[in-house]
Design a protein around this ligand. Structure first.
Ligand SMILES: Cc1cc2nc3c(=O)[nH]c(=O)nc-3n(C[C@H](O)[C@H](O)[C@H](O)COP(=O)(O)OP(=O)(O)OC[C@H]3O[C@@H](n4cnc5c(N)ncnc54)[C@H](O)[C@@H]3O)c2cc1C
Length: 184
């Protein structure tokens, strides 16, 4: 888990970022009423958390997943996926520039960085369906809790409950009044 979460700003006018947001941080997300008890509470919906939640749910466990920012974590949103999209574009430009090595007349390479980034956002948005909150809820049956920045301050009772659930007790506080912590 990254020590400090990078600041992420969706581009509201960008269709790909809208798709990304709808998958990894849906603003209309309604957190479920927490169950009294889970077999596993996963804190963080990055690579590790998603694999753990899906795996445990697949084995029949009752699973809650708590994400404070973006489902998919670093890998989808900032790391693996964006970097590979940029590296692929850079390789294409280098291949065109160095084409003579292969007996091909080199092209005059003009990099349109805006289009490179647009392609990155498109690929990220497409892949984000795999990490989406809805998929984890509907396909895996995981209770997904997403914190929204607007709205009430974190409910310390619930936070402590999540903390306790790292241990074997696996109790959640009663539902209802706690929902405000994670939703608007
Ligand atoms: C530029 C770059 C390129 C990379 N390329 C690759 C690659 O090609 N291949 C590869 O295998 N790895 C790559 N990585 C590494 C990869 O991104 C990380 O290994 C991976 O993201 C770690 O996953 P994680 O779930 O442990 O943590 P994170 O991805 O950091 O996920 C943690 C999640 O927990 C959430 N969270 C944190 N605290 C709380 C809290 N208190 N309550 C609720 N939620 C919380 C965060 O918001 C976040 O969503 C790359 C990393 C970078 C930066």
């Amino acid at each position: 888990m990254a020590a400090t979460a990078p600041v992420f700003q969706f581009e509201p006018g960008d269709q790909y970022d809208r798709t990304l947001a709808a998958n990894v941080h849906p603003f209309d997300w309604v957190n479920p009423v927490p169950k009294r008890r889970y077999n596993l509470v996963v804190v963080g919906g990055g690579t590790a958390g998603l694999v753990t939640a899906a795996g445990a749910a697949g084995l029949g466990a009752s699973v809650a997943l708590v994400e404070k920012n973006l489902m998919g974590g670093d890998c989808l949103n900032f790391g693996c996926v964006p970097s590979k999209a940029l590296i692929r574009a850079a390789r294409a430009a280098a291949d065109m520039r160095d084409a003579a090595v292969y007996g091909i007349e080199p092209a005059d390479v003009q990099v349109d960085f805006g289009r490179v980034m647009e392609r990155m956002r498109r690929l990220r948005a497409e892949l984000s369906a795999k990490d989406s909150a809805r998929r984890f809820r509907d396909e895996f049956g995981v209770d997904v809790f997403i914190r929204h920045r607007r709205g009430r301050r974190p409910d310390p009772t619930f936070s402590q409950g999540v903390h306790r659930n790292r241990c074997s007790g696996c109790r959640t506080p009663d539902s209802g009044s706690r929902r405000g912590w994670l939703s608007d």
